[in-house]
Ligand binder design. Sequence first.
Ligand code: G6P
Length: 588
Amino acid sequence: MCGIFGYTGVKRDAADAVLEGLQRLDYRGYDSWGIGVVHDGLHVGKKVGIVGKTQSLPKSSVGIGHTRWATHGAVTEINAHPHFSSDKSFILAHNGIAENADVLKSALIKEGYSFITETDTESIVRLVEKKLSKRLPLKDAVRAAFKELTGRNTIIVLAKNGDIVAARNGSPLVVGFGARDAEVYFSSDIFSFAPHVKETLVLDNGQMAVYQAGAFAVYDIASGKAVRAKREKNLLKDVAVDKGSYPHFMLKEIHEAPFVLRQVTHESENKYRELARAIKKARAVYCIGSGTAGAAAAQIAYYLRVYGGIPAISLIGAEASDYRDLIGPKDLLIAPSQSGETADVLEVLEIAKQRGAKIASFVNMPGSMMTRLSDYAFMAHAGPEICVMSTKIFVSQIAWGYLLAKAVEGTLPAGKRNLKQTALTIEKMLRDKKYVSLIEDHAKRLSKSKDIFLLGKGQNLQIIKEGMVKMIEGAYVHAHAIAAGDLKHYAITLMEPGVSVIATISNDTVKNDTLNAVHEVHARGASVFGIAPEPEKSFSHYLPVPDSGETTAIVNVIPLQLLAYFMAVTLKHNVDKPRNIAKSVTVR
Ligand code: G6P
């Protein structure tokens, strides 16, 4: 979703610095973008489509930029940010949704303000103008306007004298500092400016960052008082954000599965055990996530039930409202999240925290809101995941959940050994060129299918759901994941020649149940792609996967991700940025 970026400093040309920042934020998903700089007044260049150079911008030492993921108003240059104030004294970019924008707009129109865009953001611009007309300094005008907004919003304002004011209440806002503060960066994430800064600072909700007359300060928005905000050393300086030799980020990130598994095993055992104790003490344990992280949350709950003996419940972020009133002080919520900013999930966590529940999170993006409100904050340390379709993070989330469940069981060292072995197994699979090209062949066949069903049970149920998510996202194909045992209750009516069914089977106690479903669909003429340790008569196409015992489901993720990847490539889709979806969904 939208990204904001700002730069002030003498080392780089501002338009170039902001452009690079926006390119590094583009994984968040966007449809239009814009950059504004100061050079004898403010200059703005805006475009629909891919972030690139704007010829029109002059050299400057200060600028802001924005990638827009349209929510209010069509994808047009006019609606793209930053937006000018009527007198061109400042420009403003916004991330989030101003929920009371319409109310503000009607009132402002009555007061004589006119609007030219369809965005909710313009109400914020006009409101800041109104505050400035009362002779408030920029910082106070932005603060006063920001306090009137409802919803989750983060804004950045650049004045024509080069001052920058940014305010956060929801979407992330981070600041980076070059040596001796000669450069200051503002952004939606740390990775976007990581190579250039020595220190970083994550703003909390309700705080604003002000760069005025060459000095930086943080203020509390409610009181207006200066805050002593703690900077941290930038440890992400050398994190690569490029594809390397891979044609797509998705393929590169699938190949990083062994790395992310090892990262999970490097976490302190005491930390796992501390959370395991809290899980055992909790009255109820809820695992919550959205999209891919929702499937991961459900798999974590599965592992907690099976290995930890804990009746964990899984929730989808957007569908958790009926649980809110049930959550109490003795409960624990576990949230896996790549960004740590997903609004659907954050909202539930915030309410749960207010109601006294404890929060545990497993997040990849440093400095996120979820990490900050967690009592047990774990980091994935998986490096940036750029492809909008989540792959390595899913692997890392379920591996983390597996280890956590093993910690609850009291067998953490064995769990770590299993995961280290799993990393080697996956490495071998991915290195095997014949194996990968077999997957590519199957993907080409599947690309011709109009309907794809996925069957699985037990440890594989969430894995096929995630396989379904990847196929829908990447191949834009109708896919439907079904619990193998439930097939006979409804979807069996759809089984006929021409239908493709992917069955994921492991050597476990439910193997025969899935096999029964496979026989049933095969008997009705559907074509079965079997992902299993051994071939079966009913498979029309076979993809071997090694039996990895307790971690077999984690291994099974890889061929499913590769199938979706090669389908997207075969169908010539935009693999790293599928249409219509955003990586980080910071609005509800
Ligand atoms: C979006 C993305 C998904 C992701 C979900 C949750 O919908 O497209 O890939 O799984 O958000 O994101 P999170 O950052 O919480 O993992």
